[in-house]
Design a protein around this ligand. Structure first.
Ligand SMILES: Cc1ncc(COP(=O)(O)O)c(C=O)c1O
Length: 492
């Protein structure tokens, strides 16, 4: 967040120009002789209109509503307010989630055969972006935080080593925070990157709220990143698919980013999503401090309730680490070991509480400034009820485990094979019989969406067993060709 706004800027932040113009347009009772074909909802029967209530403002690039591909009017104004709010030099509104921001960022930064140093714990969109850019990746080993037993951040030592080995690299891409809300300090990473004249690109999909409160980690922009992509829809309050890409500094060239985004985004972006970005920005900058204060108070009360249930534990902030936990995320588990994360998820859902994801051990609970005290009471009551039903008395074992296997070395990938263009004969193999072959498709447990295998990666015994484990715990995996079947090929 930009803390240095003057009075006039603070007043400006109260405006929602894009949303206002859209509302203004609607109140004129316009007759639509333009797309979309539902004509402000006239096409829909009552029931559909009730559950799709945004149709009245589902407009398009008509007079007064600007054009996302080359903003000059209200979209430009709204993007400028967002830039002021998040502390960027330029902000781009996105209607395809962080996914399109990441694709655009990579296509803009990397020319074919350019090298990018990449955190291996990345969302699938990073690999798709590298494929589209035809860039090479140098993967850094995944650092597993010992205390949390979860992958997080990159090790500055590995980064320095990679920069020595690949001085031609265009930049460094890291994910911060991770899906579980654990963030590392980026200041050292930014300073190493800049010392070597490299760009620091940050996938901050899970950290759009960072920097808006002293008890929440600071944002990637505050820590010196050059290009940052945030899912405003995840941890702030825009509609799903609403996201932003921010740039700062003279090295982050905005023009190619605009061009690349225009290649990957629709030329008919959703105005409700765009307007919701405007509203989410205003909400966090104008009322954020107060709303976060209130939410943190309620979450503290919830944690006290959970602390009265010894069997239910959660990952807690450690003091002797530079890793910071996002207070808006909670990794809960049954410390007696009776209920797996998946079972706990099922029990919570049975009681009306739907969680973000579950692993064999944890369930991930995500709050936001819109979570109410009543919502938290529902969660606390559900947990009490589960403890009662399963007689989860006291904690028995306490080891946090994380077993996803990634290369623990710096690994260069010369090119990412697109699954769409492959000439080798493809075989279908049971996962356990695929060891030594190369994956045709990217294999992605979802959530969290971090590829276990990228297309063209050799399948090792550890990865095969890991994949079996993920399937056996009931998680969904994208990219398989049948039940426990992989499409694979051999290399000479
Ligand atoms: C780390 C990370 N980056 C990027 C994305 C893509 O974000 P979006 O869903 O906004 O496209 C996700 C989605 O879960 C993610 O977890």
């Amino acid at each position: 967040m930009n803390y240095y706004m003057n009075q006039q800027q603070k007043m400006q932040q109260k405006k929602t120009p894009l949303y206002d113009e859209l509302k203004n347009h609607y109140t004129k009772r316009p007759v639509s002789f333009h797309v979309p074909g539902h004509k402000y909802g006239q096409a829909y029967e009552h029931d559909f209109a009730t559950y799709l209530p945004l149709l009245h403002i589902d407009a398009t690039e008509i007079t007064g509503l600007d054009n996302l591909q080359d903003p000059q009017e209200v979209i430009m104004e709204a993007e400028q307010l967002a830039a002021q709010c998040f502390g960027s030099d330029q902000t781009f509104f996105l209607v395809g989630g962080s996914t399109v921001g990441i694709l655009g960022m990579l296509m803009a930064v990397c020319a074919p055969n350019d090298v990018l140093i990449v955190d291996r714990n990345i969302h699938q969109s990073v690999i798709h972006g590298l494929m589209l850019a035809k860039a090479k990746a140098v993967f850094l080993p995944v650092t597993i935080d010992e205390q949390y037993g979860l992958p997080c951040g990159i090790d500055p030592h590995h980064l320095k080593q990679a920069l020595q080995q690949y001085p031609e690299a265009k930049g460094i891409l890291t994910t911060n925070p991770n899906y579980y809300g654990i963030s590392s300090s980026l200041e050292e990473i930014a300073s190493i990157a800049h010392h070597h004249h490299k760009l620091l690109l940050v996938d901050e999909a899970h950290g759009a709220h960072f920097g808006f409160h002293p008890n929440i980690p600071s944002s990637a922009l505050e820590q010196g990143a050059d290009i940052v992509v945030q899912s405003t829809h995840k941890m702030l309050t825009s509609m799903t698919m609403g996201a932003m890409l921010h740039t700062q500094g003279e090295h982050a060239n905005a023009l190619p980013i605009r061009k690349a985004l225009n290649m990957v985004q629709s030329s008919s972006p959703s105005y409700p999503i765009l307007a919701s970005l405007d509203i989410a920005r205003k909400q966090i900058v104008v009322d954020g401090k107060h709303l976060i204060d209130k939410s943190l108070q309620h979450i503290t009360q919830l944690l006290k309730d959970i602390d009265s249930l010894p069997a239910i534990q959660y990952i807690k902030q450690q003091h002797n680490t530079d890793k910071k936990l996002d207070p808006f995320k909670l990794m809960l588990y049954d410390a007696t070991g009776i209920l797996s994360g998946k079972e706990l998820q099922k029990q919570l859902e049975h009681r009306g509480c739907f969680v973000e994801l579950a692993t064999s051990r944890y369930v991930l609970i995500v709050f936001s400034i819109a979570t109410t005290q009543q919502d938290l009471k529902r969660l606390s009551d559900a947990l009490k009820d589960i403890v009662h039903q399963y007689k989860l008395r006291s904690e028995k074992r306490e080891t946090a485990t994380y077993s996803v296997h990634f290369d623990q070395e710096i690994t260069e990938v010369l090119s990412f094979t697109s699954p769409l263009h492959q000439n080798q004969p493809i075989h279908q193999k049971h996962i356990l019989k695929s060891i030594g072959y190369y994956a045709k498709n990217m294999i992605v447990p979802y959530p969290p969406g971090v590829p276990l295998l990228y297309a063209g990666q050799q399948i090792t015994e550890k990865i095969a067993h890991q994949l079996m484990h993920i399937l056996q715990e009931g998680s969904s995996v994208i990219g398989l060709s049948g039940n426990e079947i992989l499409d694979v090929y051999e290399r000479e």
